[in-house]
Design a protein around this ligand. Structure first.
Ligand SMILES: Cc1c2[nH]c(c1CCC(=O)O)Cc1[nH]c(c(CCC(=O)O)c1C)Cc1[nH]c(c(CCC(=O)O)c1C)Cc1[nH]c(c(C)c1CCC(=O)O)C2
Length: 343
């Protein structure tokens, strides 16, 4: 195994006391960097970039060079799992993901397969191996997957939505079918994350981006139960669980078998620490909109956040991904502020 020159993220994630909070930003690869846009413009689309390992590796490393983050996150998408299970996606320019077919019936769920996941997603594992080689130990590499419930939302709705009424209706109309699909997604995700780890991922994050559309009871039954299976299955590397907008389940996140709990900016820091408990490392949670403000504002809000979390058991991040129209200089200012902060 390669030794890392900067293993701050991994030490912090394991709960060790470190010299400062590590910092990275969700969705740091792609979106904001001019060199990403230049490369992207030469290609047929997003999917070509995701499925071409040396290009995915190049884009993964760009924010390490340009922003000085303490970790890289592999350039891919959460939707590669539905595709490998038999439900292909498209990425519509300026609109987002679309599934030409969606899951409606029992026979649709039957058609979803957990076979050959590792082979079908070998392009991701290859991108991870190339990235690890090219990073040459500069920073750790984060692997990731969507939480089963978030993928379930896309597979049934077929696209992004404010309400996700189709997947949420199915939870009431046919909970048994919902559970069958969620279990298949979970099984595929465990295989996939283990393959990412084998290929070189040093830590993995589970993104439950649509966690907030469910009430607590349903969240426990249709999401947490499956995320729990995933984190229980992974003991090779530290794990991060990010359930966006899911305030009611914060105490539950504290009991999950993961190392790190992600927080969005709507979750008050002191209150969340009390609910989640002292065992977990917390990740987050600056409002990405702070980065539209002045350099002074970015600095003062970042310092306020750091002092609220306090020293130790904190990975600095935004409360969600960087927005595409943010100026990367300002994102860098956030990162520089974290790196210079003295407790
Ligand atoms: C919900 C979700 C998706 N994908 C992802 C999530 C969970 C995180 C979150 O909540 O933001 C995760 C994701 N998607 C992408 C990454 C790459 C690594 C990173 O920098 O974090 C990661 C971690 C690349 C991408 N995924 C996508 C792009 C933009 C595509 C392009 O360049 O045209 C990138 C860089 C496309 C995508 N993919 C998805 C959407 C809704 C969209 C369209 C809008 C957008 O997010 O830009 C689904």
């Amino acid at each position: 195994m390669q030794t890392l020159q900067n293993d701050l993220l991994l030490r912090t994630a394991r709960g060790e006391q470190t010299e400062r909070a590590p910092v990275w930003t969700m969705r740091q690869a792609g979106r904001i960097l001019p060199e990403y846009r230049a490369l992207r413009a030469k290609l047929s689309g997003f999917i070509e970039l995701v499925t071409t390992p040396h290009l995915a590796a190049e884009v993964t490393i760009q924010p390490v060079d340009r922003l000085g983050v303490d970790a890289a996150i592999i350039f891919s998408d959460i939707l590669v799992i539905p595709e490998a299970m038999g439900l292909p996606y498209e990425m519509v320019e300026k609109v987002g993901p679309r599934f030409p077919q969606t899951i409606k019936t029992e026979s649709d769920v039957k058609k979803m397969t957990t076979d050959g996941i590792e082979e079908k997603l070998s392009y991701v594992m290859e991108a991870i191996s190339i990235t690890k080689k090219e990073l040459n130990g500069r920073v750790p590499l984060i692997g990731f997957a969507g939480a089963p419930f978030t993928l379930f939302c896309y597979m049934i709705e077929g696209k992004g939505s404010k309400t996700f009424s189709k997947p949420r209706s199915l939870l009431y109309e046919n909970p048994k079918l919902a559970h069958q699909l969620l279990q298949k997604i979970t099984d595929s995700t465990i295989i996939y994350l283990k393959a990412q780890i084998k290929a070189g991922a040093d830590i993995v994050q589970v993104f439950d981006s649509w966690a907030g559309v469910l009430g607590l009871e349903q969240y426990r039954e249709f999401s947490l139960k499956y995320t729990q299976q995933i984190v229980d299955a992974i003991d090779e590397v530290p794990t991060i669980v990010f359930g966006k907008d899911q305030h009611a389940a914060r105490a539950d996140f504290g009991k999950l078998n993961c190392n790190v709990v992600g927080m969005d900016w709507t979750m008050p820091i002191e209150e969340s620490r009390k609910l989640i408990g002292n065992d977990k490392v917390l990740q987050g949670n600056l409002d990405p909109c702070v980065l539209y403000g002045s350099y002074d504002l970015i600095e003062s809000e970042t310092k306020k956040m750091l002092s609220s979390f306090g020293k130790g058991k904190h990975i600095a991040n935004l409360g969600h991904g960087v927005y595409p129209d943010l100026d990367f200089h300002k994102v860098k200012h956030f990162i520089d502020t974290v790196k210079a902060w003295k407790y």
